[in-house]
Design a protein around this ligand. Structure first.
Ligand SMILES: Nc1ccn([C@@H]2O[C@H](COP(=O)(O)OP(=O)(O)OP(=O)(O)O)[C@@H](O)[C@H]2O)c(=O)n1
Ligand SMILES: C[C@](O)(CO)[C@H](O)COP(=O)(O)O
Length: 220
């Protein structure tokens, strides 16, 4: 069956502080959402693209639009309900460095036997410490740590089951794979460059602008 891509674009972007929802903030001359859309439109495995949108925004050309929810996972659930494909690729509009190569790697990984989800992730390069009240409790073993990104690709049945939980369970999840993990599913990491960053703050927007303006993706 053909894959569906879900792009979650319904967030407010409070940490970015722009005058419009973050997915529509201008990045290298275009709405941020368009960068991830380009990579998905250039991926032949993707049969349909569903975009979860803020109120008052229309679906981009060739995409199915749905109204997003209160939290990110609620937006994923709304987009999933409007999709028909299998597997399902979930992408943040706020990750504009997506490429067709990353899409292909994650789709290939989820097609392997026994895998319920395949998620883009970069090995952690900083030393990570756990702290409480300002004091370090422990230093974690960096060799087993991954900084998780999107895309996250799921077998449809696994994502449907994960997202069928109560609203408050979904609201507490910072990514979709964690819901599949909690249900005992097998989630595989797909090594991806750290440059597949999420635009959260104005500083991230500056970095993404520099990367995109120096990339061949920005040539007509
Ligand atoms: N209710 C929500 C919240 C987030 N998102 C999307 O989920 C992605 C990752 O979320 P995040 O970076 O936290 O975006 P915002 O919620 O917009 O940011 P902030 O928390 O700063 O308001 C973004 O593409 C965002 O548009 C969404 O579709 N629906
Ligand atoms: C899904 C995600 O991009 C993986 O890193 C991230 O967890 C989203 O977090 P946010 O707090 O909604 O920005």
């Amino acid at each position: 069956m053909t894959a569906s891509a879900l792009i979650v674009a319904a967030g407010r972007g409070e940490r970015l502080g722009s005058d419009r929802p973050k997915a529509f903030a201008v990045l290298a001359g275009r709405p941020m959402l368009e960068w991830a859309l380009d990579a998905l439109r250039d991926s032949p495995q993707i049969g349909e693209i569903v975009v979860a949108l803020p109120e008052g925004y229309d679906a981009p050309d060739g995409c199915i639009g749905v109204r997003g929810g209160a939290e990110r996972s609620h937006s994923v659930r709304a987009a999933l309900a409007a999709s028909t494909g299998d597997p399902i690729l979930v992408q943040d509009a706020a990750r504009p460095m997506l490429t067709p190569e990353i899409v292909a790697s994650c789709l290939a990984a989820v097609a392997q036997d026994g895998v319920d989800a395949a998620i883009a992730a970069a090995p952690v390069t900083d030393t990570i410490k756990e702290a409480a009240g300002g004091d370090v409790v422990r230093t974690l073993d960096r060799s087993v740590l991954w900084a998780v990104q999107t895309p996250q690709v799921f077998r449809r049945a696994a994502l449907e089951a994960a997202l069928s939980q109560p609203d408050e369970v979904l609201a507490a999840a910072t990514d979709d794979a964690s819901l599949v993990e909690a249900a005992g599913g097998t989630v595989r990491v797909v090594p991806t460059p750290a440059s597949n960053l999420k635009v959260t703050t104005p500083h991230d927007l500056e970095i993404a602008e520099l990367l995109l303006r120096s990339s061949t993706r920005n040539t007509p």
